[in-house]
Design a protein around this ligand. Structure first.
Ligand SMILES: N[C@@H](CCC(=O)N[C@@H](CS)C(=O)NCC(=O)O)C(=O)O
Length: 198
């Protein structure tokens, strides 16, 4: 059975959401960054970490890609034109959403106090706003790329939820309605149940 190490309120939720969508059994080990159990598997102490037999895999994007490819679902096949577009969306979200959210979070709470530049959040929010509207222009519906839900959708909706809680501008009705629809999926709702149980 898969083991997933992390917190619900972290990028681990992307992986758990995908495992729920895939209907794969897993054990959730509720541990924070740098927990000894995490460090044993991942020297950086970062979460999430997936254990699949003798495979230990860090990084939520790598884990989602591995699981989707392995189970042949929530992804287009590697080498297809559809996969190329999926990857283009996926990496844009990482670069233009996740990157800005992460640098802002680090400068607010995580870096040593004398290294923080909290003012960075103003320009990060402005930048995010531009990127968000450009992503809305790429949206096909009902999912980002059209008829098929992929890991790019999971990444995107996770970043939208993160952006909302971090007070980032979310100026696109199209993307906000899409995000709301995806958050109503039973697999996503499971995250709330797990958060309450832990
Ligand atoms: N790109 C990695 C980032 C992992 C990461 O930074 N996770 C955060 C929690 S969401 C963490 O463990 N932070 C602790 C640290 O930076 O030392 C991923 O997508 O998994």
């Amino acid at each position: 059975m898969y083991k997933i190490y992390g917190r619900i309120q972290s990028r681990a939720s992307r992986v758990i959401w995908l495992l729920e969508e895939l209907g794969q059994p897993y054990e959730f080990i509720n541990v924070g960054p740098h927990d000894p159990k995490v460090r044993e598997l991942n020297a950086t102490g970062k979460i999430p970490v997936l254990q699949d037999g003798d495979l230990i895999l860090s990084d939520s994007s790598a884990i989602m890609t591995y699981l989707a490819d392995k189970h042949g679902a929530f992804t287009h096949p590697a080498g297809s034109k559809e996969r190329a577009i999926q990857d283009s969306l996926f990496f844009a979200i990482l670069d233009e959403f996740d990157g800005l959210l992460w640098v802002t979070t680090r400068n607010k709470f995580i870096l040593p106090e004398d290294r923080r530049v909290p003012e960075i959040s103003d320009s990060a929010k402005w930048d995010f706003d531009q990127n968000f509207q450009r992503m809305a222009d790429r949206f096909k519906g009902p999912f980002l790329q059209g008829e098929t839900m992929t890991i790019a959708d999971i990444l995107c909706v996770h970043c939208i939820s993160w952006a909302k809680s971090a007070g980032f501008p979310l100026n696109s009705d199209v993307l906000m309605n899409y995000s709301k629809t995806l958050r109503n999926r039973p697999a996503y709702q499971k995250l709330g149940e797990l958060a309450q149980a832990t």
